[in-house]
Design a binder for this molecule. Structure first.
Ligand code: DP6
Length: 342
């Protein structure tokens, strides 16, 4: 019996991954930063089972101590995708005990942190017990990608790129950390305004397939490629205005893609638009580096640096908190990436 436990945070994309080809190859590169508090904590126990070495692994999955057979198909599909890399998984019984620090309804990507945590657990057991070699972060990222694209970015801390870009950097197979980041962006916050928790966001399966035959697909993929290179230049120079302009354009383009797909989806709610107006007004009057991004849902991610922290806490939050369900705001910030627990 082998066991390990890893904690992996979720991430928030500034340049969005929206559209993919077979084998989880992204249609354009994406760039995110990894969070700190919104994470998945996963304990993996690998047990020799009575099945033969050629069989797929079998699973027992517990979320917060409660058996979750409904999680099995997605995890099994993930394990089948990584069996070539980790053949010792064949015929084993895997007990997965997992929990998140954030609510399911928050719009924080639990598949990103969940698949990253599991990929790190498997690479760790591989390195420690099966081959006796150092932990390979790029392999953990590559496996995580096969579970969920955005998960490959959660294997690293700080700002992270996934997908090759025209400057010759990045890979479609695994994520890589962005090396040059100006001190302005070293501490960056993500406060998630829970504007509509009941709302169903577009699932990633539906979302990515919307880009197949989308009338604006080729332009969008080109824009995503250009924005990745532009964003890295901005991260180097520390230009906050351009960062916000690019980030908000990416978020609104993501939603524009959904609104103009067949069938169309409108995921923003009246409160999302109200909160955006408040943020824009606040930025205009204070001139502070505060902007927003959105994922495939209604909740708004308020993104700002340390310079704006006091003003956000004291002046902006009182203006937007009443819009949030039960006044809920999840407060997070950039972090260092996954780590082994215990
Ligand atoms: C809008 O990574 O969830 O959050 O690869 O199908 O699991 P799959 O998709 P997923 O898509 C994330 C979409 C997004 C943008 C992003 O995180 O880049």
């Amino acid at each position: 019996m082998y066991t390990t436990r890893w904690i992996a945070p979720s991430n928030i994309a500034i340049v969005k991954y929206w559209g993919k080809f077979d084998h989880q190859i992204p249609a354009n590169p994406s760039l995110s930063f990894t969070l700190t508090h919104s994470h998945t904590d996963t304990k993996l126990t690998v047990i020799e089972s009575k099945t033969t070495q050629n069989d797929d692994p079998t699973l027992e999955v517990f979320y917060d101590g409660i058996s979750k057979p409904e999680f099995q198909p997605k995890i099994l599909k993930f394990l089948q995708a990584i069996l070539n890399e980790y053949p010792w998984l064949k015929g084993k019984l895997l007990k997965i005990e997992t929990k998140n620090t954030f609510p399911h309804s928050s719009g924080i990507a639990s598949s990103a942190s969940g698949m990253a945590a599991l990929a790190c657990c498997i690479e760790d057991l591989h390195a420690t017990y099966f081959v006796g070699q150092p932990f390979r972060w790029h392999k953990a990222s590559e496996s995580a990608r096969l579970g969920s694209g955005s998960a490959c970015r959660s294997v690293y801390g700080g700002f992270v790129q996934w997908g090759h870009s025209s400057d010759g950097e990045g890979s479609d197979f695994f994520a890589t950390p962005v090396q040059e980041v100006h001190p302005n962006f070293k501490t960056i916050y993500d406060y998630i305004l829970i504007l509509d928790s009941g709302e169903k966001s577009v699932s990633s399966t539906v979302g990515h397939s919307l880009m197949k035959n989308h009338p604006y697909a080729s332009h969008r993929f080109k824009q995503g490629k250009e924005n990745t290179v532009k964003l890295k230049a901005i991260l180097k120079t520390g230009d906050w205005r351009r960062f916000i302009e690019l980030m908000e354009s990416e978020a609104l383009t993501l939603h524009a893609m959904m609104m103009t797909s067949t069938p169309p989806f409108i995921l923003m709610k009246p409160k999302t638009l109200e909160a955006i107006q408040k943020i824009w007004q606040f930025r205009q009057t204070t001139n502070l580096p505060i902007g927003f991004t959105l994922d495939a849902g209604a909740n708004l991610h308020l993104i700002f640096t340390a310079d704006a922290l006091e003003a956000v806490e004291q002046k902006l939050l009182p203006e937007v908190q009443y819009l949030c369900e039960q006044n809920t705001i999840i407060k997070d910030l950039i972090g260092r990436g996954p780590f082994k627990a215990d």
